[in-house]
Design a protein around this ligand. Sequence first.
Ligand SMILES: *Cc1c(COP(=O)(O)O)cnc(C)c1O
Length: 421
Amino acid sequence: MHHFNYVGGVLHVEDMPVPEMAEQVGTPFYCYSTATLTRHFTVFSGAFDGMDTVVCYSVKANSNIAVLRTLASLGSGADIVSGGELARAMKAGIPASKIVFSGVGKTEDEMRAALAAGVLQFNVESEPELELLNQVAVDMVLEAPVALRINPDVDAKTHEKIATGKSENKFGLPWTQARDIYARAAALPGIRIEGVDVHIGSQLTDLQPLEDAFVRVAELVSLLREDGHNITRVDLGGGLGIPYHPEDPEPPHPDAYADVVRRTVGDLGCQIVFEPGRMIAGNAGIMVTRVVYVKETGERTFAILDGAMNDLARPSLYGSYHHIQPVKEDAGDDMQLVDFVGPVCETGDTFATSRESGPLQAGDLVAIMSAGAYGAVMASSYNTRPLTPEVLVKDDQFAVVRRRPDYEEILAQESIPNWVD
Ligand SMILES: *Cc1c(COP(=O)(O)O)cnc(C)c1O
Protein backbone atom coordinates (compact mmCIF):
# COMPACT_ATOMS: atom_id res chain seq x y z
CA MET A 1 0.00 0.00 0.00
CA HIS A 2 2.72 2.43 -1.10
CA HIS A 3 0.31 5.26 -1.81
CA PHE A 4 -1.36 5.20 1.63
CA ASN A 5 1.10 6.92 3.97
CA TYR A 6 1.28 9.19 6.98
CA VAL A 7 2.43 12.68 6.14
CA GLY A 8 2.86 14.92 9.18
CA GLY A 9 1.08 12.28 11.26
CA VAL A 10 -2.02 12.24 9.03
CA LEU A 11 -2.97 9.40 6.68
CA HIS A 12 -2.86 10.43 3.05
CA VAL A 13 -3.99 8.67 -0.09
CA GLU A 14 -1.36 9.79 -2.58
CA ASP A 15 -1.19 13.52 -1.81
CA MET A 16 -4.73 13.82 -0.45
CA PRO A 17 -5.21 14.00 3.34
CA VAL A 18 -7.95 11.59 4.40
CA PRO A 19 -9.62 14.01 6.89
CA GLU A 20 -10.22 16.55 4.12
CA MET A 21 -12.07 13.95 2.06
CA ALA A 22 -14.02 12.74 5.10
CA GLU A 23 -15.10 16.32 5.77
CA GLN A 24 -16.47 16.72 2.25
CA VAL A 25 -17.86 13.25 1.56
CA GLY A 26 -18.99 12.16 5.02
CA THR A 27 -18.26 8.69 6.40
CA PRO A 28 -18.10 5.83 5.74
CA PHE A 29 -16.62 5.90 2.25
CA TYR A 30 -14.27 3.89 0.06
CA CYS A 31 -11.18 5.58 -1.28
CA TYR A 32 -9.06 4.29 -4.17
CA SER A 33 -5.61 5.33 -5.38
CA THR A 34 -5.09 5.78 -9.11
CA ALA A 35 -1.32 5.38 -8.69
CA THR A 36 -1.72 2.02 -6.96
CA LEU A 37 -4.23 0.73 -9.50
CA THR A 38 -1.85 1.80 -12.25
CA ARG A 39 1.19 0.24 -10.62
CA HIS A 40 -0.55 -3.08 -10.01
CA PHE A 41 -1.87 -3.25 -13.54
CA THR A 42 1.45 -2.36 -15.17
CA VAL A 43 3.48 -4.72 -12.97
CA PHE A 44 1.09 -7.55 -13.82
CA SER A 45 0.83 -6.91 -17.54
CA GLY A 46 4.55 -6.11 -17.77
CA ALA A 47 5.41 -9.55 -16.40
CA PHE A 48 4.31 -11.07 -19.72
CA ASP A 49 6.32 -8.82 -22.03
CA GLY A 50 6.91 -10.48 -25.35
CA MET A 51 4.00 -12.89 -24.99
CA ASP A 52 0.63 -12.66 -26.76
CA THR A 53 -1.60 -11.84 -23.79
CA VAL A 54 -4.80 -9.99 -22.91
CA VAL A 55 -5.32 -8.87 -19.33
CA CYS A 56 -9.04 -8.88 -18.67
CA TYR A 57 -9.46 -7.24 -15.25
CA SER A 58 -12.10 -9.10 -13.26
CA VAL A 59 -14.85 -6.51 -12.95
CA LYS A 60 -16.53 -8.17 -9.99
CA ALA A 61 -13.61 -7.25 -7.69
CA ASN A 62 -14.30 -3.53 -8.04
CA SER A 63 -16.70 -2.47 -10.74
CA ASN A 64 -16.82 1.29 -10.34
CA ILE A 65 -16.79 2.75 -13.85
CA ALA A 66 -14.06 5.25 -12.89
CA VAL A 67 -11.85 2.34 -11.82
CA LEU A 68 -12.71 0.47 -15.03
CA ARG A 69 -11.92 3.52 -17.14
CA THR A 70 -8.61 4.02 -15.34
CA LEU A 71 -7.64 0.43 -16.13
CA ALA A 72 -9.03 0.62 -19.68
CA SER A 73 -6.76 3.57 -20.38
CA LEU A 74 -3.83 1.29 -19.48
CA GLY A 75 -5.03 -1.28 -22.01
CA SER A 76 -7.09 -3.52 -19.76
CA GLY A 77 -9.91 -5.68 -21.00
CA ALA A 78 -12.64 -7.03 -18.73
CA ASP A 79 -13.74 -10.33 -17.31
CA ILE A 80 -17.46 -10.03 -16.62
CA VAL A 81 -19.97 -12.31 -14.92
CA SER A 82 -23.29 -10.60 -15.66
CA GLY A 83 -25.20 -8.41 -18.07
CA GLY A 84 -24.81 -5.57 -15.57
CA GLU A 85 -21.05 -5.89 -15.65
CA LEU A 86 -21.18 -5.94 -19.46
CA ALA A 87 -23.01 -2.61 -19.37
CA ARG A 88 -20.43 -1.20 -16.96
CA ALA A 89 -17.45 -2.39 -18.98
CA MET A 90 -18.91 -0.93 -22.17
CA LYS A 91 -19.77 2.35 -20.44
CA ALA A 92 -16.17 2.55 -19.20
CA GLY A 93 -14.99 2.28 -22.80
CA ILE A 94 -13.59 -1.24 -22.71
CA PRO A 95 -13.81 -2.65 -26.24
CA ALA A 96 -15.97 -5.77 -26.56
CA SER A 97 -13.03 -7.41 -28.32
CA LYS A 98 -11.30 -7.46 -24.92
CA ILE A 99 -14.27 -8.70 -22.87
CA VAL A 100 -14.61 -12.31 -21.72
CA PHE A 101 -17.88 -13.48 -20.22
CA SER A 102 -17.49 -15.90 -17.28
CA GLY A 103 -19.96 -17.30 -14.78
CA VAL A 104 -21.96 -20.49 -14.18
CA GLY A 105 -25.44 -19.07 -14.67
CA LYS A 106 -25.57 -16.88 -17.76
CA THR A 107 -29.16 -16.23 -18.79
CA GLU A 108 -30.51 -16.04 -22.33
CA ASP A 109 -30.84 -12.24 -22.14
CA GLU A 110 -27.26 -11.90 -20.96
CA MET A 111 -26.01 -14.14 -23.78
CA ARG A 112 -27.96 -12.12 -26.31
CA ALA A 113 -26.50 -8.84 -25.06
CA ALA A 114 -22.94 -10.19 -25.07
CA LEU A 115 -23.33 -11.69 -28.56
CA ALA A 116 -24.74 -8.43 -29.87
CA ALA A 117 -21.82 -6.55 -28.33
CA GLY A 118 -19.33 -8.97 -29.93
CA VAL A 119 -17.38 -10.12 -26.88
CA LEU A 120 -14.06 -11.91 -27.30
CA GLN A 121 -15.11 -15.14 -25.63
CA PHE A 122 -17.76 -16.93 -23.60
CA ASN A 123 -16.34 -19.11 -20.86
CA VAL A 124 -18.89 -21.92 -20.80
CA GLU A 125 -19.29 -23.98 -17.65
CA SER A 126 -21.88 -26.67 -18.45
CA GLU A 127 -23.50 -28.57 -21.31
CA PRO A 128 -26.94 -26.99 -20.78
CA GLU A 129 -25.25 -23.58 -21.00
CA LEU A 130 -23.51 -24.65 -24.21
CA GLU A 131 -26.84 -25.73 -25.71
CA LEU A 132 -28.60 -22.52 -24.77
CA LEU A 133 -25.73 -20.39 -26.09
CA ASN A 134 -25.87 -22.36 -29.35
CA GLN A 135 -29.60 -21.72 -29.70
CA VAL A 136 -29.28 -18.03 -28.98
CA ALA A 137 -26.38 -17.66 -31.43
CA VAL A 138 -28.17 -19.59 -34.19
CA ASP A 139 -31.22 -17.44 -33.61
CA MET A 140 -29.10 -14.31 -34.04
CA VAL A 141 -27.32 -15.83 -37.07
CA LEU A 142 -24.00 -15.60 -35.24
CA GLU A 143 -21.32 -17.91 -33.95
CA ALA A 144 -20.42 -17.65 -30.28
CA PRO A 145 -16.66 -17.75 -29.60
CA VAL A 146 -16.25 -20.25 -26.79
CA ALA A 147 -13.75 -21.58 -24.29
CA LEU A 148 -14.91 -24.36 -22.01
CA ARG A 149 -14.06 -23.82 -18.37
CA ILE A 150 -12.33 -26.90 -17.12
CA ASN A 151 -12.36 -27.92 -13.49
CA PRO A 152 -8.84 -29.34 -13.07
CA ASP A 153 -9.60 -30.87 -9.65
CA VAL A 154 -6.73 -29.22 -7.81
CA ASP A 155 -6.79 -27.92 -4.29
CA ALA A 156 -6.12 -24.20 -4.46
CA LYS A 157 -5.26 -24.10 -0.73
CA THR A 158 -7.36 -21.04 -0.06
CA HIS A 159 -10.49 -20.19 1.96
CA GLU A 160 -13.15 -22.82 1.22
CA LYS A 161 -15.67 -20.18 0.11
CA ILE A 162 -13.37 -18.91 -2.64
CA ALA A 163 -11.87 -22.22 -3.82
CA THR A 164 -13.37 -23.12 -7.20
CA GLY A 165 -11.11 -25.74 -8.76
CA LYS A 166 -11.94 -28.91 -6.82
CA SER A 167 -14.22 -31.49 -8.41
CA GLU A 168 -16.86 -30.93 -5.71
CA ASN A 169 -17.18 -27.22 -6.59
CA LYS A 170 -19.97 -26.02 -8.88
CA PHE A 171 -17.50 -24.47 -11.31
CA GLY A 172 -16.37 -25.72 -14.70
CA LEU A 173 -16.61 -29.04 -16.48
CA PRO A 174 -14.81 -32.11 -15.14
CA TRP A 175 -11.46 -32.18 -16.96
CA THR A 176 -11.82 -35.94 -17.42
CA GLN A 177 -14.93 -35.40 -19.59
CA ALA A 178 -13.54 -32.45 -21.48
CA ARG A 179 -12.74 -34.20 -24.77
CA ASP A 180 -16.27 -35.59 -25.07
CA ILE A 181 -17.83 -32.24 -24.37
CA TYR A 182 -15.55 -30.47 -26.86
CA ALA A 183 -16.56 -33.04 -29.47
CA ARG A 184 -20.22 -32.28 -28.84
CA ALA A 185 -19.57 -28.54 -28.86
CA ALA A 186 -17.84 -28.79 -32.23
CA ALA A 187 -21.03 -30.21 -33.75
CA LEU A 188 -23.13 -27.21 -32.70
CA PRO A 189 -23.56 -24.68 -35.52
CA GLY A 190 -23.76 -21.63 -33.23
CA ILE A 191 -20.58 -22.46 -31.34
CA ARG A 192 -17.04 -21.70 -32.45
CA ILE A 193 -14.50 -23.38 -30.20
CA GLU A 194 -11.49 -21.17 -29.57
CA GLY A 195 -10.01 -22.02 -26.24
CA VAL A 196 -9.67 -23.64 -22.87
CA ASP A 197 -10.41 -21.77 -19.64
CA VAL A 198 -9.52 -22.41 -16.01
CA HIS A 199 -9.92 -20.47 -12.74
CA ILE A 200 -9.21 -22.36 -9.55
CA GLY A 201 -9.96 -19.80 -6.85
CA SER A 202 -9.08 -16.52 -5.27
CA GLN A 203 -6.52 -15.20 -2.78
CA LEU A 204 -4.03 -17.90 -3.85
CA THR A 205 -0.73 -17.56 -2.04
CA ASP A 206 0.93 -20.68 -3.41
CA LEU A 207 1.88 -21.08 -7.08
CA GLN A 208 1.91 -24.89 -7.04
CA PRO A 209 -1.86 -25.41 -7.48
CA LEU A 210 -1.82 -22.91 -10.35
CA GLU A 211 1.08 -24.76 -11.97
CA ASP A 212 -0.76 -28.08 -11.59
CA ALA A 213 -3.85 -26.58 -13.21
CA PHE A 214 -1.91 -25.01 -16.09
CA VAL A 215 -0.14 -28.31 -16.78
CA ARG A 216 -3.56 -29.93 -17.15
CA VAL A 217 -4.64 -27.13 -19.47
CA ALA A 218 -1.55 -27.66 -21.66
CA GLU A 219 -2.15 -31.42 -21.81
CA LEU A 220 -5.74 -30.85 -22.74
CA VAL A 221 -4.85 -28.37 -25.49
CA SER A 222 -2.60 -31.02 -27.09
CA LEU A 223 -5.30 -33.67 -26.87
CA LEU A 224 -7.95 -31.35 -28.28
CA ARG A 225 -5.67 -30.45 -31.17
CA GLU A 226 -5.18 -34.16 -31.86
CA ASP A 227 -8.97 -34.40 -31.92
CA GLY A 228 -9.01 -31.76 -34.63
CA HIS A 229 -10.07 -28.68 -32.67
CA ASN A 230 -8.52 -25.34 -33.49
CA ILE A 231 -7.43 -24.13 -30.05
CA THR A 232 -5.96 -20.64 -30.28
CA ARG A 233 -6.48 -19.25 -26.79
CA VAL A 234 -6.07 -20.29 -23.19
CA ASP A 235 -7.64 -18.33 -20.34
CA LEU A 236 -5.84 -18.86 -17.04
CA GLY A 237 -8.31 -16.99 -14.83
CA GLY A 238 -7.34 -14.82 -11.90
CA GLY A 239 -6.72 -15.58 -8.28
CA LEU A 240 -3.32 -14.22 -7.27
CA GLY A 241 -3.41 -13.36 -3.57
CA ILE A 242 -2.46 -10.11 -1.87
CA PRO A 243 -1.08 -9.35 1.61
CA TYR A 244 -3.83 -8.35 4.06
CA HIS A 245 -1.76 -8.52 7.23
CA PRO A 246 1.37 -6.39 7.53
CA GLU A 247 3.25 -9.49 8.66
CA ASP A 248 1.87 -11.78 5.94
CA PRO A 249 4.55 -13.29 3.75
CA GLU A 250 4.56 -11.56 0.38
CA PRO A 251 2.31 -13.49 -2.00
CA PRO A 252 3.88 -14.65 -5.26
CA HIS A 253 5.12 -11.79 -7.42
CA PRO A 254 3.61 -11.53 -10.91
CA ASP A 255 7.09 -12.29 -12.31
CA ALA A 256 7.14 -15.65 -10.52
CA TYR A 257 3.62 -16.31 -11.74
CA ALA A 258 4.69 -15.38 -15.27
CA ASP A 259 7.53 -17.93 -15.07
CA VAL A 260 4.97 -20.62 -14.24
CA VAL A 261 2.83 -19.49 -17.17
CA ARG A 262 5.79 -19.53 -19.57
CA ARG A 263 6.93 -22.99 -18.64
CA THR A 264 3.46 -24.57 -18.65
CA VAL A 265 1.54 -22.99 -21.53
CA GLY A 266 4.14 -20.68 -23.08
CA ASP A 267 4.92 -22.97 -26.02
CA LEU A 268 1.39 -23.73 -27.14
CA GLY A 269 1.25 -20.84 -29.59
CA CYS A 270 -1.95 -19.66 -27.93
CA GLN A 271 -3.05 -16.19 -26.97
CA ILE A 272 -3.23 -16.10 -23.16
CA VAL A 273 -6.01 -14.37 -21.25
CA PHE A 274 -5.68 -13.41 -17.57
CA GLU A 275 -8.48 -12.36 -15.28
CA PRO A 276 -6.85 -10.73 -12.23
CA GLY A 277 -9.17 -8.89 -9.85
CA ARG A 278 -8.04 -8.77 -6.26
CA MET A 279 -4.36 -8.25 -7.04
CA ILE A 280 -5.16 -5.14 -9.08
CA ALA A 281 -7.75 -3.52 -6.81
CA GLY A 282 -7.42 -5.03 -3.32
CA ASN A 283 -4.57 -2.98 -1.96
CA ALA A 284 -5.56 0.05 -4.02
CA GLY A 285 -8.43 0.92 -1.71
CA ILE A 286 -9.39 1.59 1.89
CA MET A 287 -12.64 2.17 3.71
CA VAL A 288 -12.65 5.26 5.89
CA THR A 289 -15.01 5.20 8.85
CA ARG A 290 -15.52 7.24 11.99
CA VAL A 291 -15.72 6.13 15.61
CA VAL A 292 -19.25 6.88 16.86
CA TYR A 293 -18.77 5.67 20.43
CA VAL A 294 -16.12 4.03 22.53
CA LYS A 295 -17.89 1.56 24.79
CA GLU A 296 -16.12 0.04 27.80
CA THR A 297 -17.78 -3.02 29.28
CA GLY A 298 -15.17 -3.76 31.89
CA GLU A 299 -14.26 -6.86 29.97
CA ARG A 300 -13.67 -5.32 26.56
CA THR A 301 -13.29 -2.04 24.76
CA PHE A 302 -15.48 -1.62 21.69
CA ALA A 303 -14.92 1.04 19.05
CA ILE A 304 -18.36 1.35 17.48
CA LEU A 305 -17.88 2.64 13.93
CA ASP A 306 -20.24 4.28 11.47
CA GLY A 307 -19.16 1.66 8.90
CA ALA A 308 -20.73 -1.78 9.10
CA MET A 309 -20.97 -5.23 7.56
CA ASN A 310 -23.28 -3.86 4.87
CA ASP A 311 -20.47 -1.55 3.73
CA LEU A 312 -17.65 -4.12 3.92
CA ALA A 313 -18.86 -7.72 4.14
CA ARG A 314 -15.58 -9.66 4.00
CA PRO A 315 -14.96 -9.97 7.73
CA SER A 316 -18.49 -11.21 8.43
CA LEU A 317 -18.60 -13.37 5.27
CA TYR A 318 -15.18 -15.02 5.38
CA GLY A 319 -13.77 -14.03 8.76
CA SER A 320 -11.23 -12.03 6.79
CA TYR A 321 -8.47 -10.03 8.38
CA HIS A 322 -8.32 -6.35 7.50
CA HIS A 323 -5.66 -4.15 9.01
CA ILE A 324 -7.14 -1.11 10.74
CA GLN A 325 -5.15 2.11 11.00
CA PRO A 326 -5.95 5.37 12.75
CA VAL A 327 -6.10 8.30 10.35
CA LYS A 328 -4.18 10.35 12.94
CA GLU A 329 -1.01 8.37 13.54
CA ASP A 330 -0.68 6.71 16.97
CA ALA A 331 2.11 7.89 19.20
CA GLY A 332 2.66 4.21 19.96
CA ASP A 333 2.08 4.45 23.71
CA ASP A 334 -1.00 3.71 25.83
CA MET A 335 -1.76 0.80 23.55
CA GLN A 336 -4.88 -1.23 24.38
CA LEU A 337 -6.89 -4.06 22.87
CA VAL A 338 -9.96 -2.90 21.00
CA ASP A 339 -12.81 -4.62 19.15
CA PHE A 340 -13.81 -2.67 16.05
CA VAL A 341 -17.51 -3.22 15.36
CA GLY A 342 -20.31 -1.76 13.27
CA PRO A 343 -23.72 -0.59 14.47
CA VAL A 344 -25.76 -3.37 12.80
CA CYS A 345 -27.73 -5.71 15.05
CA GLU A 346 -25.73 -8.83 14.16
CA THR A 347 -22.85 -10.22 16.16
CA GLY A 348 -21.14 -10.88 12.83
CA ASP A 349 -20.94 -7.11 12.36
CA THR A 350 -17.38 -7.09 13.66
CA PHE A 351 -14.34 -5.93 11.69
CA ALA A 352 -11.70 -6.98 14.20
CA THR A 353 -11.37 -8.30 17.73
CA SER A 354 -8.62 -7.59 20.25
CA ARG A 355 -6.65 -5.31 17.96
CA GLU A 356 -3.82 -3.33 19.43
CA SER A 357 -4.75 0.33 19.17
CA GLY A 358 -3.79 3.66 20.60
CA PRO A 359 -6.42 5.56 22.59
CA LEU A 360 -9.55 6.25 20.55
CA GLN A 361 -12.40 8.64 21.06
CA ALA A 362 -15.69 9.43 19.41
CA GLY A 363 -15.15 11.33 16.18
CA ASP A 364 -11.79 9.75 15.35
CA LEU A 365 -11.32 8.47 11.83
CA VAL A 366 -9.94 5.01 11.12
CA ALA A 367 -9.01 3.37 7.83
CA ILE A 368 -9.84 -0.24 7.09
CA MET A 369 -7.02 -1.24 4.78
CA SER A 370 -6.92 -3.53 1.71
CA ALA A 371 -10.60 -2.89 0.99
CA GLY A 372 -10.36 -2.10 -2.72
CA ALA A 373 -11.51 -5.54 -3.91
CA TYR A 374 -14.74 -7.29 -2.92
CA GLY A 375 -15.56 -4.25 -0.78
CA ALA A 376 -17.86 -1.65 -2.33
CA VAL A 377 -19.15 -4.22 -4.84
CA MET A 378 -20.57 -6.35 -2.03
CA ALA A 379 -22.10 -3.43 -0.14
CA SER A 380 -25.82 -3.49 0.50
CA SER A 381 -28.25 -1.13 2.14
CA TYR A 382 -29.13 -3.47 5.01
CA ASN A 383 -30.61 -1.49 7.90
CA THR A 384 -31.52 1.15 5.27
CA ARG A 385 -27.97 2.36 5.40
CA PRO A 386 -27.26 4.24 2.16
CA LEU A 387 -24.92 2.48 -0.25
CA THR A 388 -21.33 3.44 0.63
CA PRO A 389 -19.88 6.18 -1.56
CA GLU A 390 -16.64 5.74 -3.46
CA VAL A 391 -13.88 8.25 -4.02
CA LEU A 392 -10.99 8.09 -6.47
CA VAL A 393 -7.76 9.97 -5.77
CA LYS A 394 -5.15 11.04 -8.27
CA ASP A 395 -2.17 12.95 -6.87
CA ASP A 396 -3.66 15.82 -4.84
CA GLN A 397 -7.13 15.60 -6.35
CA PHE A 398 -10.11 13.49 -5.48
CA ALA A 399 -13.49 12.86 -7.05
CA VAL A 400 -16.61 11.20 -5.70
CA VAL A 401 -17.14 8.40 -8.23
CA ARG A 402 -20.24 6.97 -6.56
CA ARG A 403 -22.24 9.34 -4.43
CA ARG A 404 -24.18 8.48 -1.33
CA PRO A 405 -27.91 8.22 -2.13
CA ASP A 406 -30.25 10.15 0.16
CA TYR A 407 -33.23 8.53 1.88
CA GLU A 408 -35.67 9.92 -0.65
CA GLU A 409 -33.84 8.20 -3.50
CA ILE A 410 -33.73 4.94 -1.61
CA LEU A 411 -37.43 5.03 -0.77
CA ALA A 412 -38.40 6.12 -4.28
CA GLN A 413 -37.56 2.62 -5.51
CA GLU A 414 -40.38 1.15 -3.46
CA SER A 415 -44.14 1.54 -3.70
CA ILE A 416 -47.24 0.58 -1.78
CA PRO A 417 -49.87 -1.38 -3.77
CA ASN A 418 -53.27 0.24 -3.99
CA TRP A 419 -54.96 -2.58 -2.03
CA VAL A 420 -53.15 -1.49 1.10
CA ASP A 421 -55.09 1.19 2.99
C1 LIG B 1 -13.61 -13.96 -9.27
C2 LIG B 1 -13.04 -14.40 -10.55
C3 LIG B 1 -11.82 -13.86 -11.02
C4 LIG B 1 -10.99 -12.89 -10.22
O1 LIG B 1 -10.44 -13.48 -9.09
P1 LIG B 1 -9.36 -12.68 -8.22
O2 LIG B 1 -9.06 -13.57 -7.11
O3 LIG B 1 -10.03 -11.42 -7.76
O4 LIG B 1 -8.19 -12.41 -9.08
C5 LIG B 1 -11.37 -14.26 -12.26
N1 LIG B 1 -12.07 -15.15 -13.01
C6 LIG B 1 -13.22 -15.69 -12.59
C7 LIG B 1 -13.92 -16.65 -13.46
C8 LIG B 1 -13.75 -15.34 -11.35
O5 LIG B 1 -14.89 -15.89 -10.94
